[in-house]
Design a binder for this molecule. Structure first.
Ligand code: AMP
Ligand code: MG
Length: 318
C-alpha cells in the first residue's frame, strides 16, 4: 500500500472511531432510583450529561417530596395542616402551583378530586395496617373536608383556613408535579431523551435510543399482577407525554374478605367502588394528569372521560 492509501485508510478509521464514540457517548444511559413518595422513583436518561442530570433531577424531586410530605412534621403541608382558622399561611411557589392545578380539577370535577379529603383518608390508615372507620367517624371527617373551607390566594402565595381542623393531602398530585420538575431539570442539563417513572406517574420526552422509531412504549401495569406485568394490548406509544395511572391495586388493605383501596369517593367518604381497577390518563403535563387520574377514577367512565377530554387528555379504564 502506498502512502496515500495508508493516509486515506487512517482518515477513514478516525472518522469511523469518531462516529462510533460519538454515538456511544450520545447514547450514554444512566438510571437513578430512590424511594420517595412512598414508592420507588426511577429516572433513566440518555446523553453525555445523563448521570449528572439524573442526580440533579432526583434532588429536585426530593425537595418536592420534603415540602409535600404530610407525615413529616416540618413540611409545608404539615404547616398548613397545623394552622388555625384565619391564620395566613405563606406557601412556596411549588405548593402554590400544585394547589392551583388541584383547585382547577376540583372545580371541573365537582369536587370528585379534592385535596381537602385528607381527614377522611387518614381515618382509613392506608399507610399503616388499614382500618374500616365507623359511619359516624366518616360523617365527622367529611364535615371537615371541602375546598370551600380554604381561601387560596395564589398571587400572594397564601392559604387561609375558614375553619379549624381542615387538612390537606397531596398524595393524589405530588408525584405528578415532581415528575414534571424532574423532566425540567433533565432538559436543562441537555438530556436528549429520558423516562421518569414515579410509581405509576410516567413521563417521557425526546428520542428513545432503544427503539427504531424513537418512541417510548409505556406499559400499563396489570392490576393485582406482579409489578411490571403488562398486557400486550395495554402498551401506549408516545414521544413526549405524561402517562399517569391511578389504581386500586396500588394501595389497599383487606378486612373480612373485602378489599378497601385508597381512592376516596368524596361524596361518601368510602373507597370509590367502580367496575374497573385502574384509570390511565395521557396528558402533556404530569401535574394535570395526576389530578385527572384520581378525579376520573372517582367520577366513573362517562363523566371521567368528559373531564379528561375537557383538559385535552386521553383516558383508558382497565
Ligand atoms: P393517586 O394514586 O394519584 O390516584 O392518588 C391517590 C392518593 O390521593 C390517595 O392515597 C390519597 O392520599 C389521595 N386521595 C384519595 N382520594 C382522593 C380524592 N378523591 N381527591 C384527592 N386526593 C385523593
Ligand atoms: Mg393522582
Amino acid at each position: 500500500m502506498n502512502k496515500l492509501r495508508w493516509g486515506i485508510l487512517a482518515v477513514v478509521l478516525v472518522v469511523c472511531a469518531a462516529l462510533f464514540f460519538g454515538f456511544v457517548l450520545h447514547n450514554e444511559e444512566y438510571t437513578g432510583q430512590e424511594f420517595m413518595f412512598d414508592t420507588l422513583c426511577s429516572i433513566t436518561a440518555y446523553g453525555d450529561e445523563a448521570q449528572n442530570a439524573v442526580e440533579a433531577a432526583l434532588e429536585r424531586a426530593r425537595e418536592i417530596h420534603s415540602i409535600t410530605n404530610g407525615f413529616s412534621g416540618d413540611s409545608e403541608v404539615s404547616g398548613i395542616n397545623s394552622a388555625k382558622a384565619g391564620e395566613k399561611v405563606k406557601i412556596s411557589r411549588d405548593i402554590a402551583k400544585i394547589l392551583q392545578t388541584a383547585r382547577k380539577v376540583e372545580t371541573a370535577s365537582n369536587g370528585a378530586f379534592d385535596v381537602s379529603i385528607a381527614s377522611v383518608v387518614r381515618l382509613w390508615n392506608f399507610d399503616g395496617e388499614g382500618r374500616v372507620p365507623s359511619e359516624k367517624e366518616i360523617a365527622e371527617a367529611l364535615s371537615r373536608s371541602g375546598g370551600e373551607k380554604f381561601i387560596m390566594d395564589f398571587d400572594e402565595g397564601l392559604v387561609i383556613k375558614k375553619e379549624d381542623g381542615i387538612l390537606i393531602d397531596l398524595g393524589g398530585v405530588a408525584k405528578g408535579y415532581a415528575a414534571d420538575e424532574a423532566v425540567k431539570v433533565l432538559k436543562e442539563h441537555g438530556v436528549q431523551g429520558a423516562i421518569v417513572d414515579f410509581g405509576g406517574n410516567i413521563l417521557c420526552f425526546g428520542k428513545n435510543p432503544n427503539s427504531d422509531d424513537g418512541l417510548w412504549r409505556v406499559g400499563v401495569q396489570k392490576p393485582f399482577a406482579p409489578l411490571g406485568e403488562v398486557d400486550e394490548e395495554n402498551i401506549i406509544e408516545v414521544s413526549e407525554a405524561a402517562v399517569v395511572t391511578s389504581g386500586t391495586y396500588q394501595r389497599y388493605f383487606e378486612k373480612n374478605g373485602e378489599k378497601y383501596h385508597h381512592i376516596i369517593d368524596t361524596a361518601t367518604g368510602y373507597p370509590a367502588n367502580r367496575e374497573y381497577s385502574s384509570v390511565t390518563v395521557v396528558a402533556e403535563n404530569g401535574l394535570v394528569a395526576d389530578c385527572l387520574s384520581t378525579a376520573c377514577f372517582v367520577l366513573g367512565k362517562e363523566k371521567g372521560t368528559e373531564l379528561a377530554k375537557s383538559f385535552g387528555a386521553e383516558i383508558f379504564f382497565k
